[in-house]
Ligand binder design. Structure first.
Ligand SMILES: [Zn+2]
Length: 672
């Protein structure tokens, strides 16, 4: 018996063998296809129930098998699982393509969609209908055959170009190395960083030290290396990736990607690629994004300029630097920050023992949302280190299963994330509760010391737990609208807002206690953490805005007039520049977020989400950070609602008004 094809509640990890996955996938796909066939072959007229709901609840077994498999591939993988992933992924994309290209299915959906105003649907049902319809129409289902053909050509070409773009960036990153043989050239670097550079050299059979364009090597060198000439050399290499006019140059690829995205959007009836993307975002239109970015720009620029002048003055005093260049920023900022705050992780870590922080985040969840976390041993886990909990509300109702997996292992990818093994939904009168997981990579305990978190790890834990709450507290009918299935620029609200509690005395007192003495973290340290968290906020904001504006400059217009990538970029950056421009460098040719990844017309959402969380938390600050009424409003209107309604509507119901940038500016100390 294949345990994945036998009914189960929580994932039956102990029984699953790697070789069970492929047959389970194949069988579940076959069943999901049969479910779709039953919808299209139904002789009754298309209705919301027999078409939209039937589609929504099809393929559930496949979804569960997929989530178990891909969650394992991230948190506890091995070569065999990776190999299966490579075999299965194309089959899964073929499966989902077959659905979006299924004309009989679309015909039924379109019929229901055409009747939407007379069907007496709930808001959630309307949202589901709209979402299902758009998942087809946005992929060309309404186009004539020759336009459909062109769309497929564009999609194929775009995926080739994006691949090529990424390969070029990778090649340029990997081929560069700065080989140093004089130890003086590493002056200023902490011992650990020097060792890492020496090890890197050794691993490539070289004497001395190697510095590369990979972040773990590049960032510390720019931050600490005293030698200005070498910083310049490295910065120029970093900033000119795929901009050398050779076989790895991305200028042509950038122009082509922008042009094809524009053509694709036009084919589908949208003015630009940004209009197409933003239709399914809280921001809605390019105009709103521009307005948002420019409003922040106007308000952050004076502070950024002031900070820049201050930094310039500091560099002049320290090293007689006349003109601050791009390769000086990170170095002098770090020095200035040390001088001002003298705050390092080692001072803070003793107050953040992992077990205390977990206990703290649970207490915060209890005070805000009436949740109780009970650690249990009767839920199967994929690794001994995973902790399992059953979550109840204070009336004893079961809310969720919660998995927590905190430490790095060989088979786990880096970073921290929230995921689910099973979404929440309602079917046949039953509210099926979700299975949620948080996975992190925090420092492990040693025989002499418990696991002590850096402050950054503490905020990460609260962040992922915030995503977790979004999943756990979900209370919707349809699984595809449940929990974190929301518009992209809304999904970081529940996570980022939770980070705010890490800076509050009332919350820290609950858990930030010295692991040996039990002493609560001194308030002066908390104050320093707060102040240092907004250090150079004006300059940071300007930098983020410059990326957002560059993104929109490529995707919010007809790009056919652009011929010179660097010139276009300089134009886009003209209002956000602080440092002198360097003709050798170009950001667009290595801007993988927007040209390779999924962030095109979406870079603004980093700042957008910050505004949301600052504005939301401002209400807690006003009424009390553990105010039940505010927390309940947040739970009822945001956390439990998933993507069942337009996020702006949900937000306004919680907050009473649209989010305002002032809340962020105030928190960041940017208000005059
Ligand atoms: Zn997040």
């Amino acid at each position: 018996m294949n345990p994945l094809l036998t009914p189960f509640d929580t994932a039956p990890f102990s029984q699953i063998k790697n070789e069970d996955f492929k047959p389970a996938f194949l069988q579940a796909m076959k069943e999901a296809r049969a479910e779709i066939d039953r919808i299209t072959e139904n002789s009754e007229a298309p209705s919301f129930a027999n078409t939209i709901e039937a589609l929504e609840f099809s393929g559930q077994q496949l979804d569960r098998i997929s989530s178990i498999f891909f969650n394992l591939n991230s948190a506890e993988t091995n070569e065999e699982i990776q190999k299966i992933a490579q075999e299965i992924s194309p089959l899964l994309s073929e499966f989902s393509n077959d659905i979006t290209l299924n004309e009989a299915l679309f015909k039924r959906i379109k019929t229901v969609y055409g009747q939407r105003d007379s069907l007496d649907l709930t808001v959630e049902q309307q949202t589901l209908l709209d979402k299902k319809y758009k998942s087809f129409s946005r992929n060309g289902a309404n186009l004539s055959d020759d336009k459909k053909k062109r769309l497929r050509e564009i999609d194929a070409e775009l995926s080739q170009l994006k691949l090529k773009f990424g390969e070029n960036v990778l090649a340029e990153t990997n081929t560069y190395e700065m080989h140093l043989t004089d130890e003086n050239d590493l002056d200023g670097l902490p011992e650990g960083e020097k060792e890492a550079a020496a090890q890197l050299a050794q691993s490539k059979g070289k004497e001395g030290w190697l510095v590369t364009l990979d972040y773990p090597s590049y960032i510390p060198f720019m931050k600490y290396a005293k030698n200005r000439g070498l910083r310049k050399k490295l910065a120029l290499a970093f900033g000119s990736k795929a901009f050398h006019g050779d076989e790895h140059d991305n200028q042509e690829n950038v122009l082509k990607i922008a042009q094809l995205r524009y053509e694709r959007a036009n084919l589908l009836g949208y003015k630009t690629h940004a209009h197409f993307v933003l239709e399914e975002r809280m921001a809605e239109t390019p105009e709103k994004v521009h307005q948002f970015l420019n409003e922040l720009l106007v308000k952050a620029k004076p502070a950024a300029k002031k900070e820049f002048i201050e930094l310039e003055k500091f560099a002049k005093e320290l090293d007689a630097i006349d003109r601050l260049e791009k390769w000086d920023g990170s170095y002098y900022s770090e020095k200035l920050k040390q001088k001002r705050f003298n705050l390092d992780d080692e001072k803070l870590k003793p107050y953040f023992k992992l077990e205390n922080v977990i206990d703290g985040v649970f207490k915060v969840a209890e005070k805000l949302f009436d949740l109780k976390f009970e650690e249990v041993s009767d839920i199967e886990k994929y690794h001994d280190e995973v902790k399992t909990y059953k979550v109840y509300d204070t009336s004893g109702n079961f809310i969720s299963v919660f998995y927590a997996d905190f430490h790095p292992r060989k088979g786990k990818r880096g970073g921290a994330w929230m995921t689910s093994y099973k979404p929440q939904y309602r079917l046949k009168g039953k509210n099926v509760r979700p299975h949620i997981s948080n996975v992190c990579n925090f420092t492990r305990s040693t025989p002499s010391k418990p696991s002590l978190l850096t402050f950054n790890e503490v905020t990460t834990l609260f962040h992922e737990f915030g995503h977790g709450l979004h999943g756990m507290l979900a209370n919707t009918t349809y699984p595809s609208l449940s929990g974190t299935s929301v518009f992209w620029d809304f999904v970081e609200l529940p996570s980022q807002v939770m980070e705010n509690w890490c800076y509050e005395k009332e919350a820290l007192e609950l858990f930030a206690k010295h692991y040996e003495t039990g002493e609560v973290i001194p308030m002066e340290l908390v104050q320093k953490i707060k102040e240092s968290s907004t250090f150079q906020e004006g300059m940071q904001t300007l930098r983020q805005l410059s990326f957002g504006l560059l993104d929109m400059s490529w995707h919010g217009i007809d790009p056919s007039g652009i011929t010179d990538v660097k010139q276009h970029e300089s134009e886009a950056f003209k209002d956000t520049n602080l440092y002198p421009d360097t003709p050798e460098t170009c950001m667009s040719t290595a801007f993988s977020h927007i040209f390779q990844g999924g962030y095109s017309s979406g870079y603004y959402s980093y700042k957008w989400a910050e505004v949301l969380d600052a504005d939301a938390f401002a209400l807690f600050k006003e009424k009390g950070i553990f105010n039940k009424e505010v927390a309940t409003k947040f739970k009822d209107n945001v956390l439990s609602k998933g993507g069942t309604e337009n996020p702006m509507v949900l937000y306004k119901r919680f907050r009473g008004a649209e989010p305002k940038v002032e809340a962020l500016l105030e928190r960041a100390g940017l208000l005059e």
